[in-house]
Design a binder for this molecule. Structure first.
Ligand code: ADP
Length: 397
């Protein structure tokens, strides 16, 4: 009996313990469930906030793309379009909104090649190109400035319509070429008659002085119109690279240098300036021969004009890394450092008064720079006032 009571007592204690344990457990798991719920709710809120943010961001990007006056095209690594903003669709038709190839959408092999190059080289490119754009009956040839850049697994192309700008630029070039051409005959006449009068013994006293001024200024105007015509030819040649490539040929540079040096010899002799030539006989480059001679003559003429008597001039060509350098060095007055940056600009002159004396036009170096550009080259100058200058044209071999 006592054993029975003890057993019952133990049983009750065990039950009470079990009950306590269960209560404690359910309390813990309830708080666990509660904290899990709070965390989940937090995550859901965060996710929807991020989704809203992404949506707002994409709305903003879409608004920008829709409002852009430039055409934007994005292609994947197989050159299949996956984005064309409204401006692009208005240029290449609604078909460009579909997933078709860049070539099918734009019908431009040039644009396709650019995208291919960006993909292959992994760097951005900027080019000017013409292509037929617009719908069936309104299709016209338009000029664009295209900027293509690599993006993850594809290329984005931004195209700005510069048709109007290109037309205006052409009008400007034509105008300068026409005016220069029209001025040639009257200038030749003024020059010719003033020369005749200067040759005549009847032109005496103050009239002789007047005639000298007329003659000298006619010469300056002649130089100016000649330089402007050369510049406009260069600009047109630069625009039409295909035309130009036919005129470029691989040739020895020594004969070109000799010819340029020979043509400035009379001017150099007048000032007792000696011209030294140095060029390896086998040095060759792909160049437009007469343009290179013209550039060297301009540099040599400057060397003579801006150097004192009894100095020396050097004209040379040599190879350096992967390019060829054409250099003209003088022992002249030099150029102060503050002018060096602008010296190749049109009509830029260091000393206008001195220039009037020498009959300079301020176009010589600008012609040199254009000639370098046509050869995909660069120009540079190193000069120290009072010591002399070195002008260099660098072109790829
Ligand atoms: P310009 O017809 O006046 O010589 P350029 O374009 O050839 O025109 O040269 C621009 C200016 O640069 C010149 O007016 C002159 O002040 C300066 N310049 C050019 N070459 C030299 C040189 N070799 N030495 C000193 N100054 C020079």
């Amino acid at each position: 009996m006592v054993l029975l009571v003890i057993l019952a007592f133990l049983l009750i204690i065990a039950l009470l313990l079990l009950l306590g344990l269960y209560r404690a457990k359910t309390k813990a798991s309830r708080s666990l469930v509660l904290s899990l719920k709070a965390e989940l709710e937090g995550m859901v809120a965060e996710l929807s906030r991020r989704a809203e943010q992404a949506e707002a961001e994409s709305r903003r990007i879409n608004a920008i793309l829709n409002g852009m006056s430039e055409a934007v095209l994005a292609v994947d690594s197989k050159l299949i379009l996956y984005l064309a903003n409204p401006r692009a669709q208005s240029l290449f038709g609604p078909g460009s909104a579909e997933k078709i190839s860049l070539l099918a959408a734009t019908r431009s092999t040039e644009l396709e090649n650019i995208a291919r190059r960006v993909l292959a080289e992994g760097r951005s490119l900027e080019v000017e190109l013409s292509l037929w754009a617009g719908f069936a009956h309104t299709r016209t040839e338009q000029r664009f400035q295209a900027f293509a850049a690599p993006i993850p697994a594809g290329v984005v192309i931004v195209m700005e319509d510069i048709t109007r700008l290109a037309k205006l630029e052409q009008v400007r070039k034509d105008f300068i070429a026409n005016v220069s051409h029209e001025l040639r005959t009257p200038i030749q006449l003024i020059k010719g008659y003033s020369e005749t009068m200067l040759d005549s013994p009847d032109t005496m006293g103050p009239y002789r002085r007047c005639m000298e001024v007329i003659y000298k200024n006619a010469l300056t105007m002649e130089n100016l119109t000649n330089d402007l015509l050369v510049l406009s030819n260069l600009e047109n040649a630069g625009n039409d690279r295909l035309d130009l490539s036919g005129m470029m040929e691989e040739q020895a540079l020594a004969p070109l240098i000799t010819e340029a040096a020979l043509s400035v010899e009379p001017q150099a002799k007048k000032k007792n300036i000696t011209v030294h030539i140095s060029c390896p006989a086998d040095l060759k480059a792909t160049v437009h021969g007469s343009f290179i001679i013209q550039a060297l003559i301009n540099l040599l003429e400057n060397g003579v004009k801006y150097s004192p008597k009894k100095t020396a001039l050097w004209v040379s060509a040599y190879s350096e890394h992967d390019h060829v350098v054409l250099a003209v060095k003088d022992e002249g007055m030099g150029i102060p450092p503050e002018h060096l940056e602008r010296i190749f600009e049109r009509f830029y002159r260091v000393d206008r008064a001195h220039n009037r004396e020498t009959g300079g036009t301020g176009l010589g170096l600008s012609i040199v720079r254009h000639i370098a550009l046509i050869h995909n080259g660069t120009t540079e100058v190193e000069s120290h006032a009072g010591e002399g200058s070195v002008f260099r044209i660098k072109i790829a071999r």
